[in-house]
Design a protein around this ligand. Structure first.
Ligand SMILES: [Zn+2]
Ligand SMILES: [Zn+2]
Length: 357
């Protein structure tokens, strides 16, 4: 267990925001038809046959097509979320294209990618580094929250890029003559920031071709440092006054882009024991060597396999695969890591093609 004092004051999170609404192609909450029963189907067929040539047939066919599209779209929406250790993690991560990982339970997103619609709901964004596939959608994210009258978000960035991010937002404000309201927080390695009464974020150092850092979200619980047996007459309030420290329990760690060196840094031990580790495995086969992967600031999955003994997480979510791979390549490579670790190995394959599709 790590014991760290909190350095920042608690932020208040408004719970009064109206539900987020976007236009929908299909009315997900209201199917066009209720589920078909066999006798209803035959009745529909009879009606359709009797209406042939009447002009209504094409309308009914369209409605049936919509129902089928609704069914397919709904199944895709359901498939997007991953239930990992109690967190419904979702998002998209394709190396060089876009990375945005959303954790609705924490109202946050790790990196913003191209700003997928679902990310607009999240109040906090943790940017790991300034490559476009991780930060490109930031002005759109901030602008979209304003468009929907959501409160200005809090965006965390490595301190070395804060000034440039401010300039980037200023350029968009000037170009579009719009407001882009957000709280931009430079959070350095070793600092902590309390984003909720029981939730803290803490950056760690990673190794990429430009400055980068990982983020860990940790749930907090209070530690009583007094011996209750010696204080029989004290009231509960007196005891509460003696609370001096907080235990941080690492829940979710996200590495962004990094070489496997982050696993060897003793200061990153908490990332490797968080319940969920979300990390990258950009390269999966012999077409790219480990050395080439390192030169590009990325991880080859064989390095994760070599360092498997350091992985103490309950679940490892692999992300940021090169777009050259298909879903079958990814699952096959992940199964090799699975055979070396007790953690459950899961892959984020949203946006990748299957051999069979
Ligand atoms: Zn990337
Ligand atoms: Zn990068």
């Amino acid at each position: 267990m790590t014991i760290l004092p909190l350095r920042h004051s608690t932020m208040q999170i408004s719970l009064t925001n109206p539900p987020f609404k976007t236009p929908q192609i299909f009315p997900f909450h209201q199917p066009i038809f209720s589920p078909k029963q066999p006798n209803q189907l035959s009745l529909q067929t009879h009606v359709v046959n009797s209406l042939k040539g009447s002009g209504y047939l094409s309308e009914i066919s369209k409605a049936i097509d919509y129902e089928e599209q609704y069914r397919v779209a709904k199944s895709q929406v359901i498939r997007k979320g991953l239930d990992l250790e109690g967190y419904s993690i979702e998002g998209v991560s394709i190396g060089g294209h876009e990375t945005c990982i959303i954790i609705p339970e924490f109202k946050c997103a790790f990196d913003i990618g191209r700003c997928p619609t679902r990310a607009i709901h999240q109040n906090f964004v943790f940017i790991t580094h300034a490559h476009l596939d991780h930060i490109g959608g930031l002005p759109m994210y901030i602008g979209s929250r304003g468009l929907y009258n959501l409160k200005p978000p809090t965006v965390f960035v490595p301190p070395c890029i804060k000034d440039d991010v401010e300039k980037l937002l200023d350029v968009h404000k000037s170009l579009g003559q719009v407001e882009l309201n957000c709280e931009l927080v430079a959070l350095d390695v070793g600092e902590t920031y309390e984003i909720r009464n029981d939730l803290v974020v803490r950056p760690f150092k990673t190794h990429h071709v430009i400055p980068s850092q990982v983020s860990i979200l940790e749930l907090t619980s209070l530690v009583y440092v007094v011996d209750f047996g010696l204080l029989p007459s004290r009231t509960l309030q007196c005891v509460a006054d003696l609370i001096t420290d907080t235990i941080l329990s690492p829940e979710v760690a996200f590495t962004g882009d990094t070489t496997s060196d982050f696993m060897l840094d003793p200061l990153n031990a908490d990332a490797l024991r968080a319940k969920v580790l979300i990390t990258e495995a950009t390269f999966l086969d012999d077409s790219t060597t480990i050395e080439q992967a390192r030169q590009h600031g990325h991880t080859h999955i064989s390095e994760l396999i070599e360092n498997a003994q350091w992985i103490r997480n309950k679940t490892v979510l692999l992300t940021h695969f090169s777009s050259r791979y298909n879903i079958e390549d990814i699952r096959q490579a992940a199964s090799k890591l699975q055979s070396k670790v007790s953690a459950k190995v899961v892959t984020l394959t949203e946006g990748f093609k299957s051999l069979y599709s």
